[in-house]
Design a protein around this ligand. Structure first.
Ligand code: ATP
Ligand code: MG
Length: 460
């Protein structure tokens, strides 16, 4: 079988034909991708494209995860139809992206991402009609369409470049993805240095997939990273935010954290936190790493249990050691606890934005979680019920629990809130009742303007 033979209705801009090769085709009995495991929406998209006369393949994480017996996060489709032709096939379809134009097809509540085959990367500079634009080798726009073969070679990792063909249910492998998958090896297609130059985010994707799949990072990738990692600083911070969220909320945050540190990338994404982790004070360094590891393992546990996780809480946890350091400095200059946390939070977020642009809707919640910490540590009595009714209380309480688990001296406060949350009726009233004062010590309420008799007369 040779894919990409049908070219009717589409013009190729072929920039690199040297890599065209014969694929290994695994017929249906030779692989484990079953239509029963593909979502109804993805099947509908594949069949609609095919019935309209186009090639249609499932590709990327969907095929990779099904072959590994894992549940795919989503399904990506590749086709020889152009974005406009895709749009014409579906009632509900939106073209998105500029750097990389994609079609989002909505079927019921599901969205399937459909991409037109693209030509393999190259140092094209400014391509015809500006369809591929590169800046210092970094591809900032890539809409040069190509054949299936070319599409296979321009993908990032061999295991992400396997195509499930809806026409005959075979899996098509141009890049040796199937043997890599069997040997749990994450291998970049082509020369790692060139591929990282085109798109430095591929270094983060390498960490993410290695952590999530438990794959070995190919030595060629490992060896290229030290010379390439600083290119991450050229990536728009908004794109880094998206990737960071995928890394840390994808269920393998702990492993990703340790891989990012080992490969010298964590410090580029979170310089303030890295400064705490590498602090000269052993106690500070240990506290920071204990806190982050505890936070990430509880995030992984929640993802495994399919409980909700939010970027706001993630950033509250990741940045907390940096906030604590900053707040300590401010307290040293005489600021009170609540004020120090508020100002330190603002500074830490502002500095982080230069690297990873946390959207405001997220950082507002992050800061609310932090700002509630001093009240949670001190608030008792009836005011506690008001606090417990606040929108961010649950997240702020979970955060207090996390601090206690990581060894911060807030266990007692934590237990008190836990008891309050588990109590009701009289028990709850008793918990929030103001402590009874002995009558002898009770002071007489002063009337306005009346001087406290205990107050000394200041001599004129
Ligand atoms: P998952 O969806 O499980 O996170 P995925 O492999 O499907 O993993 P996506 O980001 O959904 O990842 O991308 C879909 C596919 O598009 C990838 O499998 C890969 O083939 C290709 N791809 C995505 N990003 C890049 C990139 N930066 N460079 C080259 N190919 C890419
Ligand atoms: Mg995907």
């Amino acid at each position: 079988m040779r894919g990409g033979a049908r070219t009717a209705g589409r013009s190729f801009i072929n920039t690199d034909s040297s890599k065209i090769s014969t694929p290994v085709v695994y017929a249906r009995p030779e692989h484990s991708v079953s239509r029963a495991d593909i979502s109804r929406a993805a099947l509908k998209v594949l069949y609609t494209l095919r019935n309209a006369g186009y090639e249609a393949y499932l590709v990327g994480g969907g095929v990779r995860d099904l072959l590994l017996g894992r549940k795919p996060k989503d399904f990506d489709v590749a086709t020889d139809a152009t974005p406009e032709q895709i749009r014409a096939c579906f009632r509900s379809c939106r073209l998105i992206g500029r750097r990389f134009v994609l079609a989002h097809v909505r079927v019921g509540r599901e969205i399937v991402e459909v991409a037109t085959f693209r030509a393999a990367g190259g140092n094209a500079g400014e391509d015809r009609h500006q369809q591929r634009v590169t800046v210092n080798g970094r591809v900032v726009r890539d809409n040069v369409y190509g054949s299936l073969e070319e599409d296979a070679w321009r993908r990032d990792f061999s295991v992400n470049s396997l195509y499930y063909n809806i026409a005959d249910f075979s899996v098509v492998d141009y890049t040796g993805g199937m043997p890599d998958l069997k040997e749990s090896r994450l291998r970049l297609i082509g020369d790692p240095k060139l591929r990282f130059r085109e798109d430095p985010v591929r270094m983060l994707r390498a960490i993410r997939f290695a952590a999530k799949l438990g794959f070995r990072i190919d030595p060629a990738i490992r060896d290229a990273i030290p010379a390439c990692r600083e290119w991450l600083l050229e990536v728009p911070p908004s794109r880094l935010y998206e990737e960071v969220v995928k890394i840390f909320l994808g269920g393998a945050a702990c492993r990703s954290f340790s891989l990012l540190r080992r490969h010298g990338m964590f410090e580029l994404l979170f310089p303030d936190i890295d400064a705490c982790l590498a602090s000269e004070s052993e106690a500070e360094a240990e506290a920071a790493s204990a806190f982050i590891e505890r936070a990430l393992s509880s995030t992984d546990a929640r993802v495994a249990q399919e409980k909700p996780v939010t970027p706001a809480y993630l950033f509250a946890a990741l940045l907390w050691p940096a906030l604590r350091r900053e707040a300590d400095l401010l307290r040293g200059h005489g600021e009170g606890e609540a004020q120090a946390i508020e100002s330190a939070g603002a500074r830490v977020v502002a500095r982080e934005l230069a690297r990873v642009s946390i959207p405001r809707r997220c950082s507002i919640v992050t800061r609310e979680i932090w700002d509630m910490q001093p009240s949670l540590s001190t608030r008792r009595g009836r005011g506690a019920l008001g606090l417990a009714g606040r929108l961010r209380f649950r997240a702020a309480y979970d955060f207090l629990v996390l601090r206690a688990q990581a060894g911060e001296p807030v266990q007692e406060q934590c237990d008190w809130w836990t008891r309050l949350l588990e109590s009701e009726g009289e028990e709850r009233d008793a918990l929030v009742a103001p402590p009874a004062r002995s009558p002898r010590r009770r002071r007489r309420r002063r009337r306005r303007g009346q001087r406290d008799p205990a107050e000394h007369e200041t001599p004129a």
